[in-house]
Write a protein that binds this ligand. Structure first.
Ligand code: AMP
Ligand code: ZN
Length: 461
């Protein structure tokens, strides 16, 4: 079944056809690196990773670009307020550059722990000032900008369809505005370039044709996406919070410069929420991947949890759901390693699985097909080979998983030794009795050419 994806722009699930045969350009808005990513942010990257893997399953060669926002993302979407990086720097008493580097590295470590495929390109906003300035110069020549005392702004009234992505009610917004407009002409206008304040020395600032300052957050993504994928590529992703402002503005800029809406498909992951409500990085009170690891949870159990909900539905995070994901993953891993390699994958299950993931990434249904296959009466080697193919999309790293050495209590070791002695003495009845005693204590003995091993009884069997 051919791949169909939900496109926020058209508000429909529609067939995916790449703009160039066999190649797909994919851009994901990256993190703002003034702090650790929280598990909500990471849900969005798991969704994008699954999308990328499903595109690969369909035979496409994906060029995946992820940016790092290390300057220009202000605490308020209304373009007033501090740069999050400078704020993070003040809080930590360290330079903004150091903070950016630390949290970029931390983000990449989370990325790898979740088994997300390495992007083709990572790009930092601070490495692309020339592209951003050239972009704004072009917008200025085309008549889309105006200056204020604090920066250069994009005039959204120049575009009839500004706000289409978010179905913005511009007239309503303008009429009902509660935020002071300041020198902005329209409520939806946004900063392309901000001047460094006269009384404060910013740590991150650059010269430009308009004066010393720094770029707006939206221009970063338009400029970097264009640099690496062109001004008309296949899919642009982010979390649902980006629809209303950030992505509208990316589209507005690129539309003004090139007449395209930047990407053919705009896809958005829904939020992860806590029972208590929204998870927010700016409040400083959030769960990160390490918080889960500290509780003994495997990062890939969090990945499994993300797969268990459709990316366009809310996922409510709580301890019970996480524990259930961990035990499902444990069961899957133990079952997988118990099967021999060398089989052939089952074509009918592969087709059913592909049909589900191709239906706008229906991973909950794909997981159901997977468990049905795991419990089926296919030969073990065929089940393992089929699971390997599923895992190319699920990304649970099953083939890389090594059973952990388990601490076996001394009394269990003693029983196992007695059983060995009974076997050496050819006392088979006693050996079997001891095997049963071990089993009822929750341990099983496995004799193989390499020796005897003691393992917890596999509850999956
Ligand atoms: P930020 O670092 O704030 O720029 O956000 C990085 C990514 O995480 C963006 O794609 C956001 O849309 C996304 N995001 C933010 N909060 C959440 C959340 N609670 N659940 C899912 N995604 C989120
Ligand atoms: Zn972006």
């Amino acid at each position: 079944m051919a791949l169909v994806l939900y496109d926020t722009w058209s508000r429909t699930v529609r067939p995916f056809t790449p703009l160039q045969p066999e190649h797909v350009g994919l851009y994901g808005c990256g993190p703002t690196v003034y702090d650790h990513a929280h598990i909500g942010n990471l849900r969005t990257y798991v969704f994008e990773d699954v999308l990328r893997r499903v595109l690969a399953l369909n035979g496409y060669n994906v060029r995946h670009v992820v940016n790092i926002t290390d300057v220009g993302h202000l605490v308020s979407d209304a373009d007033d307020g501090e740069d999050k990086m400078e704020k993070g720097s003040r809080r930590a008493g360290e330079s903004a550059w150091l903070i950016a580097e630390r949290y970029t590295q931390a983000f990449m470590a989370d990325w790898r722990a979740l088994n997300l495929l390495e992007p083709t390109v990572w790009c930092r906003a601070t490495d692309h000032l020339a592209e951003q300035i050239a972009f704004i110069v072009d917008l200025e020549h085309k008549g889309y900008t105006y200056p204020t005392s604090d920066g250069i702004y994009f005039d959204t009234s120049k575009q009839d369809d500004y706000g289409y992505l978010a179905c913005l009610d511009r007239a309503g917004l303008q009429a009902g505005k509660r935020i002071a407009l300041g020198e902005k002409r329209h409520i939806t206008d946004f900063a392309l370039w901000k001047f460094s304040p006269a009384d404060v020395t910013r740590q991150m600032e650059w010269d430009s044709p308009w004066g010393r300052g720094f770029p707006g957050w939206h221009i970063e993504c338009s400029a970097m996406a264009e640099r690496y994928l062109g001004a008309w590529f296949d899919i642009h992703c982010g979390g649902e919070d980006h629809i209303a402002v950030h992505h509208n503005n990316e589209i507005a800029q690129t539309q003004a410069r090139h007449g395209t809406r930047l990407a053919n498909f705009w896809m958005h992951g829904h939020f992860l929420t806590l029972d208590a409500g929204k998870m927010s990085k700016s409040s400083g009170d959030f769960l990160r991947l390490q918080s889960l690891v500290d509780r003994g949870v495997d990062p890939l159990a969090y990945r499994y949890l993300c797969l268990s909900a459709h990316y366009r539905s809310e996922l409510r995070f709580n301890d019970e759901a996480l524990a259930a994901a961990q035990s499902a993953l444990d069961r899957l891993r133990r079952t997988y390693v118990s099967w021999p390699a060398g089989g052939a994958a089952d074509e009918s299950y592969l087709a059913r699985f592909a049909a589900e993931v191709n239906q706008d990434l229906n991973l909950p249904r794909a997981l159901a097909v997977m468990w049905e296959m795991v419990r089926s009466d296919l030969p073990d080697a065929a089940r393992r080979a089929t699971l390997d193919r599923f895992d190319a999309v699920l990304g649970l790293g099953l083939a890389d998983w090594q059973p952990q050495a388990v601490d076996v209590p001394p009394e269990i070791v003693a029983l196992a030794e007695q059983r060995q002695q009974a076997r050496a003495a050819k006392d088979w009845a006693r050996a079997d009795e001891l095997r049963d005693a071990l089993r009822s204590a929750g341990w099983q003995i496995e004799d193989s050419v390499t020796g005897v091993s003691i393992k917890p009884v596999d509850k999956a069997q």
